[in-house]
Structure formats: structure tokens, C-alpha cells
Write a protein that binds this ligand. Structure first.
Ligand code: NI
Length: 153
């Protein structure tokens, strides 16, 4: 970890109460850790908002495999953009519904466009793209190096 800086934050007491209730619900026992995570999350959003940023992420899709042509179109699109797809996992949820999760990487703009096309396919009932970065600039500096992790998180 880098050098710790202590800061004082002036907050409206109502806002702080709401924040405390919110983080308690998420299971935080440490307010500082909750602040750090919120800041990191916002900074990752900022990093991934840049079209040229290299991002990693997941595309989650729910679709009905019996919907005409959807399975073929999903496969076709993934082959057409194979450079963006790291891996795909599929689960047959019930008789009709399929869940497919793609791990994607590439430039943010390309990943977003690709995810948009998958999610927008006729027969895809719900989809969501989550983008993040492998090395958040804001994070613990210890995690910025590329050495393999020898410790547990
Ligand atoms: Ni299936």
C-alpha cells in the first residue's frame, strides 16, 4: 500500500446517516473502506468512459434459444469480433431460457459497440455490459505491477 493520507470530510448529518445505512446493508464494518471503494468505483467509471481505454468486462445475456435465428446470430457476431472475446460460458436455465456470459477485452468503444449489438439482437430478452480495468489507476499501488499475485485477497 502507498502512503496513507488522512482527510477530513464535512458531511451533512442526514447524508452521513443515509451513507451509513447504505454501507451497513452492503456489509461494511469500516466507513473508510466504503469511501475508498466508492472512490475507486467512480474512477473506474471515469477510466472506462474514455473510448480509447483498454477495458475488460463481461456481457451477460438472457435469451430464448427457440427464438428464430438468435443462437446463430449470437455465434456469428462473436466470431466476427473474436478479438474482443476472451471466453464464453453458457447455462441452459430452463426449457427455453439461456444465460450466456462473455468475458470481453479491448478498447472501450469497440467493446461497447459489440455489447450493444449482442444485447440488441431480436430474441435477447435482457443484457448488460459491465466494464472495468485490470489496473485501476486509483487503487492500491501494490496491485499496479504485473507480477503474479502470490497472496490471497
Ligand atoms: Ni441454452
Amino acid at each position: 500500500m502507498g502512503v496513507l493520507s488522512r482527510i477530513g470530510v464535512a458531511l451533512d448529518s442526514d447524508l452521513l446517516e443515509r451513507f451509513d445505512r447504505f454501507i451497513a446493508k452492503l456489509g461494511y464494518t469500516n466507513r473508510s473502506e466504503a469511501f475508498r471503494d466508492l472512490i475507486r468505483d467512480r474512477l473506474v467509471t471515469e477510466q472506462t468512459a474514455s473510448p480509447g481505454a483498454t477495458v475488460v468486462g463481461t456481457v451477460t445475456l438472457i435469451y430464448d434459444h427457440q427464438s428464430h435465428g438468435v443462437t446463430e446470430k449470437l455465434t456469428e457476431l462473436q466470431h466476427a469480433h473474436h478479438e474482443l472475446v476472451v471466453s464464453t460460458s453458457h447455462a441452459h436455465l430452463d426449457h427455453d431460457s439461456c444465460l450466456e456470459v462473455l468475458i470481453v477485452h479491448g478498447k472501450a468503444a469497440q467493446v461497447e459497440q459489440f455489447a450493444g449489438r449482442l444485447i440488441g439482437l431480436k430474441g435477447v430478452q435482457h443484457g448488460r455490459l459491465v466494464m472495468t480495468v485490470a489496473q485501476p489507476a486509483s487503487g492500491d499501488p501494490h496491485h499496479r505491477n504485473r507480477k503474479p499475485h502470490t497472496h490471497k485477497h
